[in-house]
Design a protein around this ligand. Structure first.
Ligand code: HMG
Ligand code: MG
Length: 301
C-alpha cells in the first residue's frame, strides 16, 4: 500500500503569492484581516508579504505595514530578492526570510533581472548574514521542473542549485513547479531525490495548478516522504513574470484531501473557508475551488 506521513505542515502563501498577481490594489487592512483569519483557522507558517521593488510588483508596496501589523502567530515569512529587501525586512522586524531564485536563467532574468549564478552570488552574503543574525531562511527554487521560456528543466540542475543553498545552511528548500506543468511521476522522482540528498534540510513542495495536476503531484510527493506543502487559500496566485502560471494549489483542497486520508494538519476546514470568504471580495475573479464551492452552496441553502 501507500506510504504516507501521518501529519503535514501547510505553508500558506496566499497573502504573498496569492495576492501579488492581483492587478487591483487590495487594501492593507483587508490583507491583515485575511492573515488573521488564516491564523484563526490554524495556519502556523505563512508567507505574509514580499519586500520586492514596488515598481515591479505594486501590490506588495505595503510590505512594511503588513510585517509590522500581522499578529505574531507561528512562522511569518517575508520574501526578499536582494540586499535592499533584506534591509527592509530586518528593519520591519521579520524573523523568517525567503530568498528566491529560478533554476533557469531566462525566468530568473525576467523575475529578478539577474542570471541564476548572479543571483546566487548576490544572495550568498545575505544568507550568511541572516543565519548569523538567527533568522529562519527559506530558499524558494522556481522553475524546478519547467521554465516558461526554456521548457523542460533537467532535474540534475535543480538538485545542483538546491545543493548550493543547502551548503549555505538554509533551513528550508521550497521547490516549485512555477507554471504547473509537472506530472506526478516527475514530482515523485524529484522529491524522492531531494529527500534522499538533503536529509537535514526541510523540504517543501510548491505547486501551481495550471493543468489541475497539483493534487496528484502532492499525492506523489507525499509518497516520496514530503510532509510540507505550500498552498494558497482560494487557489489565488501566480507569478507576474511567469506567463501561463495560474493560481497556486488551493489550501482548502489540499487540506480537504489530506484530512480525508486521515493525515492531520491542525487546520480547521470551516474556518479556512471563512478566511477565503474574507479575501474573495477583493480579488478579480470569484473563487471556484472545489471545497469553497461546496461551502458557498451549503451557506446559500
Ligand atoms: P532592478 O530594476 O534590476 O533593481 O530590479 P535595481 O537594483 O536596479 O533597482 C531599481 C529600483 O528599485 C531602485 O529604485 C531601487 O531602489 C528599487 P529607484 O532608484 O529607481 O527609485 N529597489 C527596491 N525597492 C524596494 N525593495 C527592494 C528593492 N530593490 C530595488 N527590495 C529587483 C531587481 C530584484 C528589485 C526586481 O526585479 C524585483 O523586485 N523583482 C521581484 C519580482 C517578484 O516579486 N516576483 C514574484 C515573487 S517570486 C515567485 O512568485 C515564485 C515563487 O512563488 C516560487 C514559484 O512559484 O516558482 C516564490
Ligand atoms: Mg509561486
Amino acid at each position: 500500500m501507500f506510504s504516507l506521513p501521518k501529519e503535514v505542515t501547510i505553508i500558506e502563501v496566499g497573502p504573498r503569492d496569492g495576492l501579488q498577481n492581483e492587478s487591483r490594489e487590495v487594501p492593507t487592512a483587508a490583507k491583515i484581516d485575511f492573515i488573521k483569519a488564516l491564523q484563526d483557522a490554524g495556519i502556523r507558517e505563512m508567507e505574509i508579504t514580499s519586500f520586492v521593488s514596488p515598481k515591479w510588483v505594486p501590490q506588495m508596496k505595503d510590505a512594511q505595514e503588513i510585517t509590522e501589523q500581522a499578529p505574531a502567530a507561528g512562522r511569518q515569512i517575508v520574501l526578499t530578492p536582494n540586499e535592499k529587501g533584506v534591509e527592509r525586512a530586518l528593519a520591519s522586524g521579520a524573523k523568517a526570510v525567503a530568498v528566491f531564485v529560478g533554476v533557469s536563467d531566462s525566468f530568473n532574468k525576467k523575475n529578478i533581472n539577474k542570471t541564476t549564478s548572479e543571483s546566487l552570488e548576490a544572495l550568498t552574503p545575505l544568507i550568511r548574514r541572516l543565519k548569523t543574525e538567527g533568522l529562519f531562511v527559506r530558499a524558494c527554487i522556481s522553475t524546478a521542473f519547467y521554465c516558461p521560456y526554456e521548457g523542460k528543466v533537467d532535474p540534475e540542475n535543480t538538485l545542483a542549485l538546491c545543493r548550493q543553498f543547502a551548503d549555505l545552511g538554509v533551513d528550508e528548500l521550497s521547490v516549485a513547479d512555477t507554471i504547473g506543468m509537472a506530472n506526478p511521476l516527475e514530482s515523485h522522482g524529484l522529491f524522492r531525490d531531494l529527500k534522499r540528498q538533503f536529509p537535514d534540510t526541510l523540504i517543501a513542495a510548491h505547486f501551481h495548478d495550471t493543468r489541475k495536476m497539483a493534487l496528484a503531484n502532492i499525492f506523489a510527493a507525499l509518497q516520496a516522504g514530503v510532509d510540507r506543502f505550500d498552498s494558497s487559500a482560494g487557489g489565488l496566485g501566480g507569478c507576474p513574470f511567469a506567463p501561463g502560471a495560474t493560481g497556486n494549489v488551493a489550501t482548502e483542497d489540499v487540506v480537504g484531501m489530506l484530512h480525508r486520508m486521515d493525515i492531520t494538519t491542525g487546520i480547521d476546514e470551516n474556518r479556512l473557508l471563512e478566511a477565503v470568504s474574507v479575501i474573495e471580495p477583493y480579488v478579480a475573479s470569484p473563487v471556484t475551488t472545489g471545497m469553497y464551492t461546496l461551502y458557498k452552496n451549503r451557506n446559500e441553502d
